[in-house]
Design a protein around this ligand. Sequence first.
Ligand code: C5P
Length: 220
Amino acid sequence: TGPKPLAGRKAIVTSGPTHEPIDPVRYIANRSSGKQGHAIAAELARLGADVTLVSGPVTIPDPKGVVVIHVERAEEMRDAVLAALPADIAVMVAAVADWRVATAAGNKIKKKPGEAPPPLLLTENPDILKTVGHHAKRPKLVVGFAAETQNVAENGRSKLERKGADYILANDVSPHTGIMGGDRNTVKVIGKSGDEDWPEMDKQAVAERLGRLIASHFSG
Ligand code: C5P
């Protein structure tokens, strides 16, 4: 219920971490609960958008009123996002692993007495936000996040340009902030025409405020 300023608009949201396999039982991942991305997907749906949520492995439930595509790896997440284009809005919240193991083992790597630990050769994962931000079918509005532990504003602004986003919501995820996995968030919104500091609020409130910002771009 309530006004539906995003009725008729399609949105793609990514959320959660990605898991990059080392072998069938081990993986590399980022710390991400999916709470912020899932809250944003639910909020855009509440505002009337037709939302596809592409989620990495999380323990929280699928939001209601949203089409959810579950993936594990960054390459799967990229494929699902590109398959969901065209869209009016893309909000890339997932904590995508920057690297994956170049050749994941098909069988469990066994620990052999007296042998050195196996080296892990890493290769770069696709940057999904950057791909979407420069895509021929680029959504009208592209939003990214930037989890930083230092130089939040500077790093966020360079990310805005490099990735072709309209907004970057940058946050300080230093361990003392408790943002990773927590319920609260403090973000700096970096846009083409300047920065705005939002006060500390819960992740649901960040989703609502971002929903209003997004809706303002589609209201004539
Ligand atoms: O470069 P960095 O990972 O800090 O950028 C964060 C932003 O880029 C987030 O919006 C994240 O979802 C997105 N991203 C992505 N694909 C990657 C890495 C980051 O979509 N491989």
